[in-house]
Design a binder for this molecule. Structure first.
Ligand SMILES: *Cc1c(COP(=O)(O)O)cnc(C)c1O
Length: 424
């Protein structure tokens, strides 16, 4: 598979854009080689400028749960677009989308729209601090909550992929306000709550981690998180990745969580920039203009983003069979990958929840960030390029989740397993 045009673009991009990319993981640093320039998508497939077709497991890093270019989503955006792109004024579609979010998350009484997951988590933390009058926050090693200062401490996703889990440029004073604990370490969390619970404004966590590769929470860990409430600590479920993906009501519905605040993004915007934070009325009423916690955005609640999000959520809400489909195809893919890897004698652990999956190249179990880092990243490189050269586009880092869309089915699973056989 040749990509001369993509390569030329990437060379040129490097002269104008740092690393040639608008977001670090896209540069293929962790796997080597150069990225295809993608110009078209349809369903489970994407095409690069060179005319190559790939089966896509990146799906724009999560938003495209219905696959690329879903006709009903595009039609809705087109229709709204005819009326203009943005007004910076209230718009009927943001009311409709807010009602959808509340239908999915019964604990959310008020919701504020922003444009990225980073903004959502940053704003939720400011709100938690404003509400509690406390400064400390707790996060977990390898969890990624966007690139706001104070959250880029031992973070996952691209930060982890590039080996800079804690960014330069984050003042020591900010980092000191972030306590970092091990994911799934319920006792460690309880200990910190006992010692410093009264100083902690909020705990932010990924209810299923996707940004260290997929990590699944233990029941006891989820229980310990909820015990934080006894110390007046707000619990923030960062569902930017899992919201509307693991179920219509995300991980909150799947595990019966009771967070004080939820952050959403990715699927919420259906492929355009929309994200949100929401929760109990009493807390959310502290947000400006009702309260003293300031947060704003020129393009927040953008009509096109509201339209693509709304169209996406309407389709998901109307057909619960779509989640059953994602689970069934996910299970088939997991079983197939396991069968091939086992038969070929490749040590592996597959973590999956619904349509999020990671193959770690290590004997399991993989429940913590430390265990995730045991994966054989050299073997992953060969796995990745073996698949890519056979037309299967897996995320270009072992510390990212592969995603399924409702457009992925038996045929796509078979194609993937065939590519894997060839690669191995
Ligand atoms: C992607 C992600 C974010 C950041 O969202 P952006 O839109 O990239 O800023 C935050 N939290 C989680 C859990 C994510 O997966």
């Amino acid at each position: 598979m040749e990509r001369p045009i993509s390569e030329a673009y990437f060379q040129e991009a490097g002269r104008h854009i740092p690393g040639g990319v608008s977001s670090p993981v896209r540069a293929f640093k962790a796997v080597g080689g150069t990225p295809p320039y993608l110009v078209r998508g349809e369903g489970a497939y994407v095409w690069d400028v060179d005319g190559n077709r790939y089966l896509d497991y990146v799906l724009s890093w999560g938003p495209l749960i219905l696959g690329h270019a879903h006709p009903r989503v595009l039609a809705r955006v087109r229709e709204v677009m005819e009326g203009g792109l943005t007004f910076g004024a209230p718009h009927p579609l943001e009311v409709a989308l807010a009602k959808k979010v509340k239908a999915a998350y019964p604990g959310v009484e008020l919701v504020r729209f922003v444009s990225s997951g980073t903004e959502a988590t940053m704003s939720a933390l400011r709100l938690a601090r404003g509400y509690t009058g406390r400064d400390l926050i707790v996060k977990f090693r390898g969890n990624y909550h966007g690139h706001a200062d104070g959250l880029l401490v031992e973070a996952g996703s691209g930060a982890l992929t590039l080996g800079v889990p804690s960014s330069a440029g984050v003042p020591e004073a900010y980092a000191r306000l972030t306590l970092v604990l091990e994911y799934n370490d319920a006792e460690g969390l309880r200990e910190v709550l006992r010692r410093r619970g009264e100083e902690i404004a909020a705990i932010i966590f990924e209810p299923v981690v996707g940004n260290a590769g997929v990590l699944v929470p233990t029941e006891d860990f989820l229980k310990a998180l909820h015990e934080a409430r006894e110390f007046g600590v707000l619990l923030i479920a960062d569902e930017v990745m899992t919201g509307f993906r693991l179920a219509f009501g995300g991980a909150t519905e799947l595990f019966g969580l009771k967070p004080d605040l939820v952050t959403l993004g990715k699927v919420l915007g259906g492929g355009l920039p929309a994200a949100a934070y929401g929760g109990r009325r009493e807390v959310m009423e502290r947000v400006a203009p009702l309260g003293p916690v300031y947060q704003a955005g020129t393009l927040s609640g953008n009509p096109l983003a509201m339209a693509s999000g709304l169209a996406t959520l309407e389709i998901l809400e109307a057909d619960p069979g779509l989640y059953a489909h994602l689970e069934a195809v996910g299970a088939r893919l997991e079983a197939g990958l396991r069968e091939v890897l086992t038969r070929k004698g490749v040590p592996h652990t597959i973590n999956r929840v619904g349509s999020m999956l990671t193959v770690f190249f290590t004997e399991g179990p993989v429940r913590t960030f430390a265990e995730a880092r045991r994966t054989d990243t050299e073997l992953f490189k060969r796995f990745f390029h073996g698949l890519l050269s056979r037309g299967v586009y897996w995320p270009p880092s072992n510390f990212e989740a592969a995603f399924l869309s409702t457009a992925h089915g038996e045929e796509e699973v078979a194609r993937t397993l065939e590519a894997l056989e060839g690669a191995l």
